[in-house]
Design a protein around this ligand. Structure first.
Ligand SMILES: *Cc1c(COP(=O)(O)O)cnc(C)c1O
Length: 403
């Protein structure tokens, strides 16, 4: 178990702590689930883009799924080889496309006909064909939170089946494009198999119809989205997930590409914050802590549940409290009506499942420096990102200050 008190003392609060051994276990379990098939696990860098986290997965053989050229650069810096890096996202700029082609990554995931045109022109300019994959929107309801559902036609992601087919034909006929893959990603925090199986079936059928017209793809990119336990929810086992996907691929010899983010890092991460005060407004009891929505946005953004553990000497009976930060927004809370024992100044709260979409969604709102990040591996802790100081926050403005 991680000694949060000792870490808080050494590195200060608020603080992100990541259990690297847990990340390894998750990676291995998923990789094993696809045993017997060629597969690449391409870690979705946006879930937690700390260089040391990406490096940790690189050392295990992971690839990277990137959604900006900045993430592509992080993947390279962390030592992920070009042939395991893919670049997705609905809005890529010309500069991003150019750099991705120049860096010779595995493929660009194309999300619209207009984008296909841009990739083709840029590849032509560079005199260098671009490997591509097309993101298909299978119009499946993933039965998750509407903000993190991506596989329905009312979401902005991907193209419908007939558009995809037209795009593959165009790519095949272009000397500047090399269609190598097909991609779908129907949502995040998926806790049911059926939508995944249905989406995979639809996409596998499209692959067969492309084969019939001599378009042979190599990569079946099933996206990410594997759900994790935040509270008591039931979620999908990696083995069942892999079987559901593989069962749709009879007679197709494709390399599976899987892009998990949350599954690899969410439950490896803890956000440690210190109690400043308790206060009472009428019937309502608040615990005010030193962490805030600028550090961990998920509760404010999605009303997301995180388990919260109190580290205190008072182990008496609990009462329901709202746990709030110092930011000037009523939406700045970590939990509402959460049962906690009475707390003293300087007690710690440990917010669980904070390893994905935690630090990365952070900001400097209210001129708050972002937290330090610490990795724990083999019982040893090490700093992997310094706490931001005031000078870090103003350095890009200060030179423009005039009288
Ligand atoms: C965000 C994203 C992922 C990772 O999603 P998780 O829910 O964290 O697994 C994978 N692929 C694409 C294209 C994404 O946008």
């Amino acid at each position: 178990m991680v000694d949060f008190k000792a870490l808080a003392k050494e590195y200060g609060t608020p603080l992100y702590v990541y259990d690297f051994d847990y990340m390894s276990e998750q990676y291995t379990e998923l990789k094993e689930a696809f045993k017997g098939r060629k597969s690449i696990i391409a870690y979705a860098v946006k879930a937690n883009s700390n260089l040391s986290v990406v490096r940790h997965f690189a050392k295990m053989g992971s690839g990277a799924d990137c959604v900006s050229i900045g993430e592509v650069r992080r993947a390279f810096l962390a030592g992920i080889p070009a042939y395991k890096i893919i670049f997705s996202g609905v809005g890529k700029s010309d500069d991003e496309i150019r750099e991705a082609i120049e860096k010779d990554i595995l493929y660009i995931n194309v999300e619209s006909e207009a984008e296909l045109q841009r990739v083709e022109s840029i590849a032509e300019e560079l005199g260098r064909p671009s490997r591509i994959s097309i993101r298909v929107n299978p119009n499946i309801d993933p039965q998750t939170h509407p903000y993190i559902s991506t596989g329905l036609h009312d979401n902005k992601f991907g193209v419908d089946l007939s558009t995809a087919k037209r795009m593959y034909i165009q790519a095949k006929n272009s000397e500047h494009l090399d269609p190598v893959g097909i991609h779908f990603h129907i949502g995040s925090q998926l806790t049911q198999l059926q939508p995944i199986r249905e989406a995979a079936e639809i996409v596998a059928d499209l692959i067969r119809s492309l084969q019939a017209i001599d378009i042979e793809l190599k990569f079946f990119d099933v996206g990410g989205g594997l759900g994790v336990k935040y509270g008591n929810e039931e979620t999908i086992k990696p083995y069942d997930y892999a079987q559901a996907i593989l069962s749709t691929l009879t007679a197709l010899d494709l390399t599976i590409l899987c892009e998990p983010g949350r599954f690899l890092t969410a439950n490896a991460g803890y956000f440690v914050t210190k109690v400043l005060y308790e206060k009472q407004n009428g019937d309502k009891k608040f615990v005010v802590v030193d962490g805030a929505m600028n550090d961990l946005l998920r509760p404010s953004l999605y009303n997301a549940y995180h388990k919260i553990e109190a580290i205190t000497d008072n182990n008496g009976k609990t009462r329901e409290v709202d746990i709030v930060g110092p930011v000037c927004e009523s939406g700045d809370f970590f939990a509402k009506n959460y049962p906690l024992p009475e707390l003293n100044r300087n007690d710690l709260l440990v917010i669980h499942s904070a390893g994905a979409y935690g630090f990365g969604m952070g900001s400097n709102y209210n001129t708050r420096g972002r937290s330090a990040e610490v990795a724990v591996q083999n019982g040893k802790a090490r700093l992997i990102r310094k706490r931001e100081c005031f000078e870090d926050l103003i350095c890009l403005e200060q030179e423009f200050l005039v009288d």
